[in-house]
Ligand binder design. Structure first.
Ligand SMILES: NC(=O)C1=CN([C@@H]2O[C@H](COP(=O)(O)OP(=O)(O)OC[C@H]3O[C@@H](n4cnc5c(N)ncnc54)[C@H](OP(=O)(O)O)[C@@H]3O)[C@@H](O)[C@H]2O)C=CC1
Ligand SMILES: Nc1c(N[C@@H]2O[C@H](COP(=O)(O)O)[C@@H](O)[C@H]2O)[nH]c(=O)[nH]c1=O
Length: 376
């Protein structure tokens, strides 16, 4: 199910806190950084915060710049992004500024919380998500029902921790402020949890007055049938590699990436690379690895087209090569059409041997793009 692009945004002290325990909100960002945050807000469809942040900060969560609001309206968007909050209890102050400023609002909650929110008369749409709050359901609802394609999450820590540990964050925008909080009762940016093992990818770092903005992308593949945000990023890369293939009228253009469980890229390849007229993407990528590499059994192979099941030009099809490499998870964008081989079912072949095959149809068009000239 498609989700919006999820961007986590926070400002943090040098000792990792989001706030102090005083009655007022701690200003961690500098003036120019608050203006950058306003710009990021202006570019999203919705902004989400947790109930804890409403209670602690009583925020309005607006786009403050009139010019930016005018640009949104001129582009046919609502003046303000949708404001979204999350509460299990539904126990929120009906007079909080969140409900009475800006444009549309929505509260995602539990069945029990919805009863409480309605009894309190909160000025918002109330969407119960069942006995417990499920983040994937929430993101799917925002995408499908509210049309949200880009979501900014402005904390607090409990919200950021869940989205990151559940593999649902596409990007983390973190501002490091040059001050200490030093109070263990203060809220931390990230709590304990099952974070990805390896390193995130640094997309950008930038000084803004006396703070530093760091933009990171999570990299760890999912571990089962449900895709993580990183799965989407790696499959996007595979589709980009497909566009680099030397053109052919008699073979597909495909890209592939092999990624370790901790998010380390192990190898990449594309069809007909390095002057080999028949080499396939997965074959090219796997050939760059030591077959005894201990990371292979935990790795995921991303391929823009499902791995081939039969081929004439080589002794083993790619599905066989993947099985022989010991890889147990494959993510692909496009099931193979009957263009060159009828009823090719590489996914079936892999699944029959217990490999988890995940198809992400959101990427199908991109995977097909360099193959549009082929028949069928
Ligand atoms: N420096 C910065 O950039 C930012 C700082 N902050 C600071 O962070 C602090 C607040 O953070 P924090 O205390 O972590 O609170 P959060 O804002 O993360 O909200 C937590 C609340 O959200 C609801 N919630 C979250 N996840 C779930 C779930 N899975 N199921 C049901 N309900 C859920 C619960 O509401 P309920 O209790 O109603 O059930 C929970 O108590 C404040 O001090 C604020 O100033 C906040 C944002 C940004
Ligand atoms: N303190 C802090 C942030 N806090 C965030 O800003 C929200 C309030 O926004 P507003 O309603 O516009 O005043 C607040 O609830 C929380 O989500 N954000 C940052 O970028 N930097 C900061 O230092």
């Amino acid at each position: 199910m498609p989700h919006p692009y999820v961007l986590l945004s926070a400002a943090v002290s040098l000792d990792g806190y989001l706030d102090d325990t005083g009655p007022d909100r701690l200003l961690l960002s500098s003036p120019a950084d608050f203006d950058r945050v306003d710009e990021v807000r202006a570019r999203v469809d919705a902004i989400l915060i947790g109930a804890g942040t409403i209670r602690a900060d009583n925020p309005r969560l607006l786009v403050n710049s009139e010019k930016r609001r005018a640009a949104r309206t001129a582009a046919g968007k609502p003046e303000y992004p949708l404001k979204v909050t999350v509460s299990g209890s539904g126990d929120l102050d009906p007079d909080a500024r969140f409900w009475h400023t800006g444009g549309d609002k929505v509260l995602y909650t539990t069945d029990r919380g919805a009863d409480r929110a309605r009894a309190l008369g909160l000025a918002t749409d109330v969407v119960p998500l069942g006995p417990d709050l499920d983040w994937r359901r929430l993101l799917t609802h925002l995408h499908d029902v509210r049309g949200v394609r880009r979501l900014m999450v402005e904390g607090g820590g409990l919200i950021h921790t869940q989205l990151l540990t559940q593999g649902l964050a596409d990007e983390l925008q973190l501002v490091l402020a040059p001050l200490f909080v030093g109070d263990p009762r203060a809220p931390r940016l990230f709590g304990p949890g099952g974070y990805q093992g390896g390193r995130l990818r640094l997309l950008e770092s930038r000084q803004i007055e006396d703070v530093v903005l760091m933009r990171y992308e999570p990299t760890a593949p999912g571990t089962g049938p449900l895709p993580t945000a990183a799965d989407h990023h790696w499959l996007t890369l595979a589709c980009e590699l497909a566009e680099r293939c030397p053109p052919s009228d008699t073979a597909f253009s495909v890209g592939a990436v092999v990624v370790a469980a901790d998010g380390t890229e192990l190898a990449r390849g594309h069809s007909r690379e390095a002057g080999d007229p028949v080499v396939h993407a997965e074959e090219a990528a796997l050939a760059k690895l030591d077959p005894a590499d201990p990371r292979l059994p935990g790795a995921t192979v991303y391929s823009s087209l499902e791995p081939c099941a039969r081929r004439a030009s080589r002794p083993a099809p790619c599905a066989r090569l993947i099985l022989d490499a010991g890889v147990r998870r494959v993510v692909t964008a496009w099931r193979e059409p009957d263009t060159f081989v009828t009823d090719a079912d590489g996914s079936g072949l892999l699944a029959a041997q217990g490999v988890e095959v995940v198809v992400l149809p959101e990427h199908e068009e991109r995977a097909q793009a360099p193959n549009r000239h082929l028949p069928g």
